[in-house]
Write a protein that binds this ligand. Structure first.
Ligand code: MD3
Ligand code: FE
Length: 218
């Protein structure tokens, strides 16, 4: 049976899969088929919980604008990093995870061998030209056995994928509109970041990049 049969052809359009590491696979163009449903769903979330520039525990304003959907949202302030069920801007729960988010994340994870992935948090990052994400590990989640699924939209970025130590060498991976990466297994705790975005224009998203990261946080 072909992948197209197994996945009902919904996410099997014009794609090439690239293994990046044990447990990490780049699914180029995986999000393109559902683009027409995905972009309005992001707008719905952002209308309820706008992008904001969080402050790091060290007191630096992040250049990336952030918001969340789902029962938990990632936040940073002078007290530290954490997942919180409440949006500190509105004092209300984060917007519900749109159905298309769950469907896309679940299909991508299953494609990479993580069947039954049900995220409870989607961190939405917005990069404008010049914005960057310095090298870090994602370790605020409860179970590192659960993968993270990332979806890149809009103008391209160069992703840095390092090792288990901050000083380990990095590879550079260009990520473009529609690319999905599943980060599981040993890749889950590797250092990673995003180089400063170069100015560019995307037909649907203008001069910005949006990245969704789906997590099982709680
Ligand atoms: C590798 N976001 O939100 S997505 C983040 O493009 C984050 O906005 C970047 O790093 C962005 O934490 C990169 C790719 C990604 C996400 C999580 C990972 C790669 C990862 C977790 C472990 C290893
Ligand atoms: Fe990260």
């Amino acid at each position: 049976m072909s992948m197209a049969d197994l996945f009902g052809d919904t996410f099997s359009h014009q794609r090439r899969d690239e293994p990046l590491d044990a447990g990490a696979v780049l699914l180029r163009g995986f999000a393109l088929m559902e683009e027409a449903v995905l972009l309005p769903a992001i707008d719905m979330v952002v209308a309820q919980a706008p992008f904001r520039h969080l402050v790091t525990p060290g007191g630096f304003r992040m250049s990336v604008g952030m918001t969340n959907a789902g029962s938990l949202g990632w936040v940073s302030d002078r007290r530290g990093y954490r997942y919180d069920p409440v949006d500190p801007l509105s004092s209300r729960p984060w917007p519900a995870m749109p159905e298309i988010f769950l469907r896309l994340a679940g299909a991508a994870a299953a494609h990479a061998g993580f069947v039954g992935f049900v995220p409870d948090a989607c961190l939405i990052n917005r990069y404008e030209p010049g914005a960057r994400l310095s090298l870090h590990q994602d370790r605020d989640e409860r179970d590192f056995g659960q993968p993270i699924v990332s979806v890149s939209l809009g103008i391209p970025a160069v992703f840095l994928f390092g090792g288990m130590q901050r000083a380990d060498p990095q590879i550079r991976v260009p990520l473009t509109h529609g690319d999905v990466v599943v980060w599981g297994g040993p890749a889950r705790l590797r250092y990673h970041g995003v180089l400063p975005l170069k100015p560019d224009q995307h037909d649907a998203l203008g001069d910005c990049r949006i990245n969704l990261t789906f997590r099982r946080a709680g």
